[in-house]
Design a protein around this ligand. Structure first.
Ligand code: FAD
Ligand code: DHB
Length: 389
């Protein structure tokens, strides 16, 4: 097979890139190691920045998002029993949209199928070659047969555990990492959310988050020890622990029910630099990971794809390489802003017993500042709704 761009990974980054390239008349294939059903079954992020919503519009896949997504003008922080509303719209003029990553993925998969885009699911042993020259190649195994794709560029959209980043010589890559000493235990349930808006909770027993996917489907998280096994948490234990971290009004409105999905995600900040190696370009989780606290992971995948699609479109329209050359630097500038914000919000809201009473007092002072200074509130709000591309 010969294509212009070989995209590795059919997560939001790969699918969004595939759609934008298709609209620009650029020929691409998406190679994904899992089945379509498996990719759609993964429950992940749920909050979209306005810029990402606009990208979905440009990609021609925002119809259901606008019909079913919930536009949120703010969210609440419940800190040590005190509630404070962050008025995102009032502080920035922007909003966020609650729409699950699963739905984003489904909309993009359906658009690709109706456009007749080439996709190979359950592609085994994907490997990338010769990206330091002008004729990169990708090999994979499907139904017991070996295949090879010749292309001009490889887009590494294969997530944190993918094959693209490890294929780069270690000497060409600089990695920066922070691993947090706890995880998030998440539950998805068909029960109405406790509140119209999200509630981020900082409690003496640890962080909690009340989020949602719709008016009838809730997504809740609680901070848990890294060693915990999801099997050891019954639904009843989860609801009991969540309730303990809420205040009386939220507890009174909490509706419990059987979990549709339950999982533990470790928290990590990670950046690999640069994001381009010759004709291999990394995008999304393949290049960076943020702790979920600021709801930035999915949105960063989208901003990388924005820069990458622009660069490839410029290359095929005019032969220029200015945007390709600027790709890594442009992405990393925005990536580091989101890494800083996610790290900051994680530090503000989680329980870090190793930081002692000093650490908690600093968190209290930070919250006090946030709620008494419009400048501090605006700083949080403009990062949360997303910095401009
Ligand atoms: P991915 O979605 O990981 O997609 C990569 C794709 O590449 C996958 O389909 C994978 O199967 C495929 N792939 C991997 N290796 C290969 C290979 N060798 N060959 C071919 N294909 C391959 N963000 C938030 O903002 N809020 C959250 O609550 C949140 N929760 C999360 C929970 C979990 C468990 C995880 C893992 C992430 C979470 N994130 C969250 C982050 C967010 O979901 C990611 O940032 C987002 O999925 C990034 O999209 P992506 O397309 O770059 O990568
Ligand atoms: C969700 C996840 C987040 O990390 C976040 O900050 C907000 C919402 C969610 O899954 O709904």
């Amino acid at each position: 097979m010969r294509v212009q761009v070989a995209i590795i990974g059919s997560g939001p980054a790969g699918l969004l890139l595939g759609q934008l390239l298709h609209l620009a008349g650029i020929d691409a294939v998406i190679l994904e190691q899992r089945s379509q059903e498996y990719v759609l079954g993964r429950i992940r992020a749920g909050v979209l920045e306005q810029c990402m919503v606009e990208m979905m519009e440009r990609a021609g896949v925002a119809q259901r998002l606008h019909a079913e997504g919930l536009v949120h003008h703010g969210f609440e922080i419940l800190f040590g029993g005190e509630r404070h509303r962050m008025d995102l719209h009032g502080l920035t003029g922007k909003d966020v949209t609650v729409y699950g990553q699963t739905e984003v993925t489904l909309d993009l998969m359906q658009a690709r199928a109706s456009a007749g885009g080439k996709s190979v699911y359950e592609a085994d042993n994907v490997s990338v070659h010769d990206f330091d020259g002008t004729k990169p190649r990708v090999r994979y195994r499907k139904d017991g047969r070996e295949h090879e794709v010749e292309c001009d560029f490889i887009a590494g959209c294969d997530g944190f555990h993918g094959v693209c980043r490890p294929s780069v010589p270690a000497s060409a890559l600089t990695e920066h990492e922070r691993v947090y000493p706890f995880g998030w235990l998440g539950v998805l349930a068909d029960v109405p959310p406790v509140s119209e808006e999200l509630i981020y909770v900082s409690h003496d027993r640890g962080f909690a988050l009340c989020s949602m996917r719709s008016r009838t489907r809730s997504r809740y998280y609680i901070q848990c020890p890294l060693e915990d096994k999801v099997e050891a948490w019954s639904d009843a234990q989860f609801w009991e622990e969540l309730a303990r971290r809420l205040d009386d009004p939220a507890r009174a409105r909490l509706v419990t029910g059987p979990s549709l999905e339950k999982s533990i995600a470790p928290l990590r900040s990670y950046v690999a630099e640069p994001m381009r190696f010759g004709r291999l370009l990394l995008a999304g989780d393949a290049a960076h990971i943020v702790p979920p606290t600021g709801a930035k992971g999915l949105n960063l995948a989208a901003s990388d794809v924005h820069y990458l699609s622009q660069a490839l479109i410029e290359h095929y329209r005019s032969g220029a390489s200015r945007e390709l050359d600027a790709y890594s630097g442009r992405c990393l500038r925005r990536v580091w802003q989101a890494v800083r914000f996610s790290w900051w919000m994680t530090n503000l809201l989680h329980l870090f017993p190793e930081n002692g009473s000093f650490g908690r007092k600093i968190q209290c002072a930070e919250f006090d500042y946030l709620t008494s200074s419009r400048a501090a509130g605006t700083s949080l709000a403009e990062n949360y709704v997303g910095l401009p591309y």
